[in-house]
Design a protein around this ligand. Sequence first.
Ligand code: SF4
Length: 660
Amino acid sequence: MGTSRKSKAAGLLAASGPFAKQFSGFVPREQQQTLADAISHALSDSVPCLAEAGTGVGKTLAYLVPLLLWLSKNDGTTAVISTHTIALQTQLVEKDIPAVLAVLGLDITYAVLKGRQNYLCHQEMDVAAADLLAEIDPGFVKLQQWTKETKTGDVADLPFVFGNWHDVSSHPDSCRGKDCRYISKCFFYKAREEAAGSRLLVVNHALFFTDLKLRQLSANAPGMSLIPDYDAVVFDEAHHVDETATRNFGVEWTSGRVPRLLSRCKRISATNPALLMEIEQLHQHLVTPLAVQGNREGFLSEAWDTDEASTTFATTRNTLVKNLERLGKDLDAIAEASLAGPDQDRAYGLSKMATRAARELEQAASDAPKTFAFNWFTVKEPRGIATSIAVTFTETPHFISDAMETALLARTKRLIFVSATLATLGRFDDVRFRLGLNRSSVIECRQGSPFDFAANSLLYIPKHLPAPDASNEYASRMLDIMEDLVHASNGRAFLLFTSHRMLQQARDRFAGTRWPLLVQGDKPSGRLLADFRVTQNAVLLGTYSFWEGVDIAGDALSLVVIDKLPFAIPDTPPQRAREQRIKDAGGDAFLEWSLPSASLRLKQGFGRLLRTVTDTGVVGILDSRLVTKRYGRMLLNDLPPAPITHHIPDVESFFGANKR
Ligand code: SF4
């Protein structure tokens, strides 16, 4: 669906508009105006919009201007902006929204609302104090003082790190809502009230979809939502919507839940010790046979070698569910019999926790075949700060398209999905399918980056390298090329890997070279990036978390090398389940699922290179399938129009000519 009318928003962003005069550093861009136009029409015509804006288009202004104009024209309406990261939420509320409102001369109320776990809970503080946490943790006394001083109760405003935040923050199980003694000064409810009084609310995808699921489960019963009703939603960083919504429409149950619940229950003297012991034993019987097998994942239906083992698992699960339900009822009775105070609050909270653990275990560890979802398990051996093996049962919907249609599209059609990477293989078909928009009329707008990729960048592909395999010989040849490229750029490089194994091999190869080496996992990612910015000629090795959202402008980053086409690991249960569903429907799982996902990831990795109009640099994608396979050409067509070379001397010449 296209648009031809010119919108007011596009005019405001033009060379003759107020942003060109009043916004420092503003450069009028045709791409930005076209995007603003599309979003204006989507809002006024009540049609969903899929918008891809390459680096440098200025997508934030392109949606803020039409959205704020639309709100100003339509009294009583409200809108939500949902982002993936807290950093973008903060930037919107502290910088972009007030700046755009000032230029437009509009007065529209706005607020940010975070997930409840970000807010301190007075009731949990009481419970923690009664547990003598204050004596064990000296930080607790500081926290009590901060509780008296803070206006927000938001962990982001806490001036020190409190390691047990999880024990004192708001939690859906323990929150008493309107029955809470502290409701009048509750930080979370105050933030919700402020949000309810605002015309524009900024949230993150996780909160948005938690709310959507709650609305769905409660059939929109009043008071059951986390965020107020809305008439329009802009999803920024929209390429994360599918994955966040999938997680929220599914159910996950981890083995740490029962031990945590039991240890809290043991502090309530009236609980039945025999019941607690029985639950503990059943839990052991449920998870130990999986835990002893070490790192593993698979469908629940294939977890057991024998029918007998499968039956034992089902019986144990069902008995554990019943006992957790019984514990919930016992705790309710204890709460009713208690005097109002921390003990009663704690018993009510634990009762909800036990009941929810029972309900979610039954659903997540179900081995009954379903048409809409699949059940799977993972076993993870301890890593980092974890000390015990984690067994997780998960129920995941095959696709979220139906849920998106019934839960979201039925509510409003003013849904704007914006991202630097949204279209795949030149089209929006894949994202339309994933987001449940394939049966709707949709405005599509794809605006490439205004940067001059032809002049400022080069794409190197080693045509002579064989297709990737797992041999040491292949790894060694690939690392030789990586080293040649890093030589040419003299460091200043991101080396991005599709596996930890290859990252480790690269670490061995680059250790002791003249380029300072920064490796993912050695420090928190934020620290690594800060070090990279200030360390001359550094080389950073990272896996997927560095493929996106990392913004290093200027000379510090002049080379991005990707070790291999980023196809998802083929044998994970989610990948297998979705591929099977597509095959069952007569489709081609590779073309319809694997290839679009790889294209999106590849564009993200490529997008790390040029961050400003003056940046220059080289991307190396060390996978000859890009030029030897037909699908490789399809992936190449999705990338920015950088000239392609297969020769290292061209890379050396590029860096020679672009010396600063
Ligand atoms: S209303 Fe809920 S979050 Fe707020 S203080 Fe009470 S229990 Fe905590």
